[in-house]
Design a protein around this ligand. Structure first.
Ligand code: SF4
Ligand code: SF4
Length: 256
């Protein structure tokens, strides 16, 4: 192959390659665009997309089911028992609220958006939203708090719950002490009649003294001994003696 022929053949291949590339470019030049002008325009989010969580505290009962289901422990919940006189209302699903939720934090810096915290919720108050733009320069700003109580209310609820717990513990201890004292008194009561024979002083002590009385009347032990003794000698002595005596008398009679 001569060098002149190779030169012109390479020029022809270059033009052909340009034409192929321009054909693809011309093809997309007249098709509709698929890009959007974000953030002025946004794509729609899938219905079951997993984005930022939200908690409706009006329906939260503080059961911590969501926190236990979280695989990365990014949900922190603290509660305080309400007083019996307090009415916290009911959730939209009809469940009575008994706990003050004093802390409900979700650290979205740890959250992996797995959605495992959503199904266990008995009141369906924690769910995914369509919010996916919440980037922060400071990571601590990704720790979201959902409680509706003010810091003062949280402090007062926690303190009143602790006071109620202390009061209940004191009542329980007093009841336990009273029960122990009652048991001790009951334990001492039966010991007195056993150690003291001064039974006549108290009616309780006379009762244990009664059992010996029926013992003699309950003749089952004496009765069997009596019939054993009476019939045993009776059949042996009279029968052999009588015939002996009769035999002895008979000879007398016979001698007579
Ligand atoms: S989506 Fe997953 S990682 Fe995030 S809070 Fe719920 S359970 Fe935890
Ligand atoms: S599972 Fe639901 S009701 Fe229970 S603590 Fe979590 S958000 Fe509240």
């Amino acid at each position: 192959m001569s060098p002149v022929y190779r030169y012109f053949r390479n020029i022809g291949k270059g033009f052909w390659t340009i034409l192929i590339g321009m054909r693809i470019t011309m093809k997309h030049l007249f098709t509709p665009a698929v890009t959007i002008q974000y953030p002025d325009a946004r794509m729609s989010i899938p219905e079951r997309g997993r984005n930022r969580l939200y908690v409706n505290m009006d329906d939260c009962i503080g059961c911590n089911q969501c926190g236990m289901a979280c695989p990365v422990d990014c949900i922190s919940i603290e509660t305080a028992k309400s007083l019996p006189t307090e009415d916290l209302g009911v959730t939209s699903t009809g469940q009575k609220k008994r706990l003050w939720v004093t802390k409900f934090d979700i650290d979205f810096a740890k959250c992996c958006y797995c959605g495992l915290c959503v199904p266990p919720c008995p009141t369906e108050c924690i769910y995914m939203t369509d919010v996916y733009e919440f980037s922060e320069y400071d990571r601590s700003n990704l720790n979201y708090s959902f409680i509706t109580l003010s810091p003062e209310e949280v402090t007062s609820k926690v303190e009143q719950a602790k006071a109620a717990e202390r009061e209940a513990a004191a009542k329980k201890a007093a009841a336990a002490a009273a029960a122990a004292a009652q048991r001790a008194a009951q334990a001492q009561a039966p010991a007195a009649p056993a150690g003291q024979d001064q039974a006549p002083t108290s009616p309780v002590q006379q009762k244990p003294a009664e059992p010996p009385r029926p013992a003699p009347t309950g003749t089952p032990e004496t009765k069997p001994s009596a019939p054993q003794t009476t019939p045993a000698p009776a059949p042996e002595n009279p029968t052999p003696d009588k015939p002996d005596t009769q035999d002895k008398t008979n000879p007398k009679d016979s001698s007579d």
